[in-house]
Design a protein around this ligand. Structure first.
Ligand code: HSE
Length: 401
């Protein structure tokens, strides 16, 4: 029997125990000896839980038990989660995590530690919830020159935007719904300000590009400035507003990486990805487009991804599961201002002539909001946009996919 422990008995940690227990028979088809949760580390007591007998409060109980070979880190954050993860890896104990904050910040170091101690630091659940996204890139597309990844990578914001657009729900109420469903981060500003999506695309880019893209390398805009008027105008254009992560490999070999709201046109595969679902389009030069989708957040889907890594770690006991992300290299990231997009723009009605004069070849949006003029610009980079918009009152501007 493979003995495992779970650190953090919250939403995802609880789900991990559930998947390992309820699907134990299925899991034995891949890991014959079976995987058993021996300990659950949490500061709290769980007197009503059927697993109360396995709760421990001291990490040393797990660290000092030589039977443990895999630990799931579902605590979150960079404090104790980092310290404990490092300590386990240094003992040759593999760690499987959903903690994208820690992966984005310390992934290279922790993978290096794992390698030095013949174990693995695995993080499928850190990106795309239940979608086998990293595994698809690593084991399904290693032959591909991946030139772009475009994705809805945050379940909370996609849920909020869907509720606002389809049901007219207010932002705060929609966010509350996402929190009640267990989708949001403990500090939901990580979701709505785009940081969570930025961390996820940094992780994906590091794997695609083979060197580290840091969270700070990703230009990041969230959805807090998106209004019902934006959603309405987008619909009038045959588009929907989605918070996207976009990674593009430029001809120079540099990568441009941004997280921002985009107008997604009706023909695009991401147009109908709603609620908590995530969708990712991966473009390779040989395979063309690969579309992945599924639940991007929530207890069981995220836990399922953690357990997929537990199985991988169990099958590769005593070795390091290979990953193309070389932490000793830095990804060559381009200045986001060099990437060109068409922009959807709203200005006050009285600035119609000035806007048309400044931007030139614009497309007018027929069903704009009252007393406003909205239009779509030709392709521009950020600097060009800023120059042309300088004398105007920009009510909103959203890039178009
Ligand atoms: N808060 C995250 C989301 C959880 O909503 O996508 C899954 O990473």
């Amino acid at each position: 029997m493979i003995e495992a422990a779970v650190m953090g008995f919250g939403t995802v940690g609880g789900g991990v125990v559930k998947v390992l227990e309820e699907n134990a028979g299925i899991i034995r088809r891949s890991v014959r000896e079976g995987i058993h949760v021996k300990y659950i580390l949490d500061l709290r007591e769980f007197p009503e839980s059927p697993y109360r007998g396995r709760i421990v409060h001291d990490v040393d109980t797990i660290l000092n038990d030589p039977s443990i070979s895999i630990v799931c880190e579902t605590m979150g954050g960079q404090g104790a989660a980092y310290k404990f993860t490092k300590a386990f890896l240094e003992k040759g104990i593999s760690v499987c995590t959903s903690n994208k904050e820690l992966v984005a910040a310390k992934g290279p170091e922790l993978m290096e530690t794992a390698k030095a101690h013949h174990c693995s630091y695995l993080f499928e659940a850190s990106v795309g919830g239940g979608i086998p996204l990293l595994r698809t890139i690593i084991t399904g597309l290693p032959q591909e020159d991946i030139t772009s990844v475009t994705g809805i990578l945050n379940g909370t914001t996609n849920y909020i935007l869907t509720k606002m657009e389809k049901e007219g729900t207010g932002f705060d109420e929609a966010l509350k719904g996402a929190q009640e469903n267990g989708y949001a981060e403990r500090d939901p500003s990580a979701d709505v300000e785009g940081y969570d999506t930025a961390r996820k695309i940094a992780i994906i880019s590091s794997i695609v590009g083979g060197g580290t893209a840091a969270f700070e390398d990703v230009h990041c805009e969230g959805i807090t400035k998106i209004t019902p008027a934006d959603l309405h105008c987008a619909n009038a254009l045959g588009c929907r507003v989605k918070l996207l992560a976009v990674m593009k490999k430029q001809e120079s070999g540099k990568y441009s990486i941004i997280t921002a709201p985009f107008l997604v046109p009706a023909g695009n595969a991401l147009y109908n990805i709603d609620d908590v679902f995530n969708g990712i389009l991966i473009h390779g030069t040989m395979v063309d487009d690969v579309l992945l989708g599924g639940r991007g957040a929530g207890r069981e889907p995220t836990a399922s991804a953690v357990v997929s890594d537990v199985i991988d770690a169990a099958k590769n006991k005593g070795e390091t599961v290979p990953c193309p992300w070389d932490g000793s290299k830095k990804l060559d990231v381009a200045d986001y201002r060099t990437a060109k997009y068409r922009f959807f723009v709203r200005v006050p009605e009285e600035e119609r002539a000035a806007a048309a004069g400044a931007f030139g070849d614009i497309t007018e949006v027929s069903e704009a909001e009252e007393k406003e003029f909205s239009f779509v610009t030709p392709e521009l980079n950020e600097t060009e946009f800023a120059g042309k918009a300088a004398g105007l009152t920009i009510l909103s501007r959203i890039r178009m996919l």
